[in-house]
Structures are given as structure tokens and as C-alpha cells.
Design a protein around this ligand. Structure first.
Ligand code: NAP
Length: 313
């Protein structure tokens, strides 16, 4: 028989770690399950400038997430590294079946976050790790002195393009429109950076190379014109970073919970359609997906889980 937890939190990003902090402080028997590094998407972020109070020089998503995890563990939250394969959310005891173990709890907080959306160009999968990446913090240094292209026009694309100028000779943002979606303050920094240029109204359509990425075809979506970009012979390689949004990690819950465009609808107290099942962070339907709102969701979900367990809600 597996141990019965009061609450299992699925996901170790800001939503899950904050839920852990609050559940731990409430002395709930809490287990947090994460399959990858702590922090979720913020672990991919080189710079965190808009989390309240975050003014530490040199703070990255990884260092901030590590402190969140330490704070969570201080309150007795158990941790397991496992990849959950199936979930059974209905009934009084919820069951999560992972590659390593099966876990049971009276409440569950789904905080599984989101994953990078593929750029959508031909041969993309074949060049991941050989020129194509979705994480500038992880892979930027491999492109020292090279030409790098960034697909996307949101906060992630523009912030990470700025970060990549530390390594790359030149960074070109390929955006499908002629206006960026990124916050104005981030845009201003990019426009002022002499290493950054833009290919407007354009999308990357094809990646090629004998071994590593050395040729990229870009299409102008207004004119249909194709431009073939080749790595300089002395470089032998190009970089292409994809930041074209994220897809919620909710495939596991399809069929058990209603989804809206792949996201989990909740009420204002993070309750899903199933009693005892809460959702927090980027997996849920919401208007602003930021670390600060993920953390707030996690806090509310944990407090509501406690109320559910004590019969107050
Ligand atoms: P996003 O805001 O959804 O932006 C995605 C970008 O990719 C958009 O510019 C979009 O173009 C483009 N795009 C989408 N699908 C595409 C496709 N198939 N081909 C080419 N381009 C495509 O995603 P994000 O930048 O990753 O940000 C996600 C969330 O995290 C947002 O809420 C953002 O504010 C937040 N975030 C915040 C910060 C910060 O505050 N410091 C940093 C990173 C992320 P269109 O503009 O034409 O739709």
C-alpha cells in the first residue's frame, strides 16, 4: 500500500513550490512530484526582473527556484522525482501512477506548467541540440561568436535575444508580424542593442545541415518570398532559438477534467470540476501567466486544499 498524503502537488515550478510552502506551513502531509529541474519555465530564464523584491544582482531563474525549493522543504514537504504517466482524479483518494511509484492523496494540486511550443519549421526535431534550442540560458554559450536567430516576438523571445547577445556575434529576431508583443520596456532594450536586428513579417520554415544547423530558410508571410540564410564558412553553424509561446502540460488530465484550449478551467479558489482537485499556474485558464500569478495561484490552491480536507469548503 502506498502512503496516503493529504496533498500531492504535481509540478515544481513557482506555482507548485508556493503551494508546497503553504501546504507545509499548514502541516499537511505534502508530497511534491517533479520530473525535471525545479523552477519549470523559470529554470530556462537567465534574468528575472519582475518578481516583486527581486533586485539581486546575478539572480537567475535557477537560483530563485532553488531558494523557493529550500523554503518549501524547510516546512517538511516531501519530494519525489518521477514522471507521472496516468492519473485517477475522481473519488476520495486520488491516484497518480509514475514511472517509479504509485502515489495516493486526498487532494491534488495540478501545477504541471507548460512546455515550449515548437517553432514549426521543417526538420525542427532533427536539429534540436544541433543548432536548435528552446533555452538560451542552457545553450547560449555554445553559440559564442556565431550568428543566432530567435523565433518569436513576445517577452521570452526578446528577453532571451538580449541575453544571447552576450555570446553571439549577431542576433536576429524573426517575428511573424511587424510589431513585437513583448512589454515596451523589454522592446526598448532590444531596439537599443546594436547586436540585435529584426526580420519582420517572417517565419522560419526549414532547417538544414549535414550534421549541425548551417542553413535556415525564412519566409516572408506577406510576400511569400523565401530567403535562404547560410552560416559563414568559417562558422559552419547557425543557432535558432524558439520562443513562440508555450503549450500547457495537460494531456494527462484530458478525459477526466474539462479543458479550454488545452488549459484547465478553475474557479477563483483554484478548484477544478473535480472535488479535491485544484489547478495552479500556467496549466489553468487565466489572463496573465507570470511567476507572480503562478505563486499566488499556488498559495490559494494550498489554502483551499486545507479547507477541503478539514471540511470547511
Ligand atoms: P507569448 O507571449 O505567447 O508570445 C509568443 C510569440 O510567438 C508571439 O510574439 C507570437 O506572435 C509568436 N508566435 C506564436 N506562434 C507562432 C508561430 N507558430 N510561428 C511564429 N511565431 C509564433 O509567449 P512568451 O513570450 O513565451 O511568454 C509567455 C508568457 O510568459 C507571457 O504571458 C509573457 O508575458 C510571460 N513572460 C514574461 C516575462 C517577463 O515578464 N519578464 C518573460 C517571459 C515570459 P504574435 O505576437 O503574432 O502572436
Amino acid at each position: 500500500m502506498s502512503e496516503l498524503y493529504d496533498v500531492i502537488i504535481l509540478g515544481g515550478g513557482p506555482a507548485g513550490l508556493t503551494a508546497g510552502l503553504y501546504a507545509g506551513r499548514s502541516r499537511l502531509k505534502t508530497l511534491l512530484i517533479e520530473k525535471g529541474p525545479d523552477g519549470g519555465q523559470i529554470a530556462l530564464s537567465a534574468d528575472v526582473e519582475n518578481y516583486p523584491g527581486q533586485l539581486l544582482e546575478g539572480e537567475t531563474g535557477v537560483t530563485l527556484a532553488a531558494r523557493m525549493a529550500a523554503q518549501c522543504q524547510r516546512f517538511g514537504v516531501e519530494r519525489k522525482r518521477d514522471d507521472i504517466q496516468t492519473v485517477q482524479l475522481s473519488g476520495e483518494v486520488k491516484r497518480l501512477v509514475g514511472g517509479r511509484e504509485t502515489y495516493e492523496a486526498r487532494t491534488v494540486i495540478l501545477a504541471a506548467g507548460a512546455s515550449p511550443r515548437p517553432i514549426g519549421c521543417e526538420n525542427e526535431a532533427a536539429f534540436v541540440g544541433r543548432g536548435i534550442s528552446y533555452c538560451a540560458t542552457c545553450d547560449g554559450a555554445f553559440f559564442r561568436g556565431l550568428d543566432v536567430y530567435v523565433a518569436g516576438g513576445g517577452d521570452s523571445a526578446v528577453e532571451e535575444a538580449i541575453f544571447l547577445t552576450r555570446f553571439a556575434r549577431k542576433v536576429t529576431i524573426i517575428h511573424r508580424r511587424d510589431q513585437l508583443r513583448a512589454a515596451k520596456s523589454i522592446q526598448e532594450k532590444a531596439f537599443a542593442n546594436p547586436k540585435i536586428s529584426f526580420l519582420w513579417d517572417s517565419v522560419a520554415v526549414k532547417a538544414e545541415g549535414a550534421d549541425v544547423l548551417d542553413t535556415l530558410t525564412v519566409k516572408n508571410v506577406k510576400t511569400g518570398e523565401l530567403t535562404v540564410i547560410k552560416a559563414a564558412p568559417e562558422d559552419g553553424m547557425l543557432g535558432l532559438f524558439g520562443f513562440v509561446g508555450y503549450l500547457p502540460n495537460t494531456g494527462l488530465f484530458a478525459g477526466q477534467l474539462p479543458l479550454e484550449n488545452g488549459y484547465i478551467p478553475t474557479d477563483r479558489d483554484m478548484r477544478t470540476a473535480i472535488p479535491g482537485v485544484f489547478a495552479a499556474g500556467d496549466v489553468r485558464v487565466k489572463s496573465l501567466r507570470q511567476m507572480v500569478t503562478a505563486a499566488a495561484d499556488g498559495a490559494i490552491a494550498a489554502v483551499q486544499a486545507e479547507r477541503y480536507l478539514t471540511g470547511l469548503a
